[in-house]
Design a protein around this ligand. Structure first.
Ligand SMILES: [Cu+2]
Length: 108
């Protein structure tokens, strides 16, 4: 491979590695509650939220404060891309079990 092409493919490989390696945080849903109920994430950068539903019923992960809404089937996990967000506290909830499924993203 000519040197210039090699250089270009190394640069492209670098970019795709960066996209794949966004920091990931996990929220478990168990007994219609989020674990942890408060999750600390970094301000000003994009990250992945793995929402892992261990209940035998579907849930909908939702936040009006960071504007996401996605169904999580029973015994399945989904990925939600969030951010970058400014410092603050952002509530989220399980739309199907709002009486117990409440949580906060602490962005700092
Ligand atoms: Cu909803």
């Amino acid at each position: 491979m000519p040197r210039r092409l090699l250089l270009i493919s190394l640069i492209l490989a670098g970019f795709s590695a960066t996209a794949a390696e966004l920091p990931q945080y996990t929220l478990v849903i168990r007994n219609h509650r989020f674990e942890p109920a408060e999750l600390t994430v970094p301000a000003g950068s994009k990250f992945k939220l793995l929402v892992d539903n261990r209940d035998a019923t579907p849930e909908e992960f939702e936040s009006t404060e960071f504007n996401r809404e996605k169904v999580v089937p029973a015994n399945h996990a989904i990925t939600v891309y969030v951010g970058p967000l400014p410092t603050g506290r952002y509530r989220f909830f399980g739309d199907f079990h709002q009486d117990t499924a409440q949580g906060v993203l602490v962005v700092e």
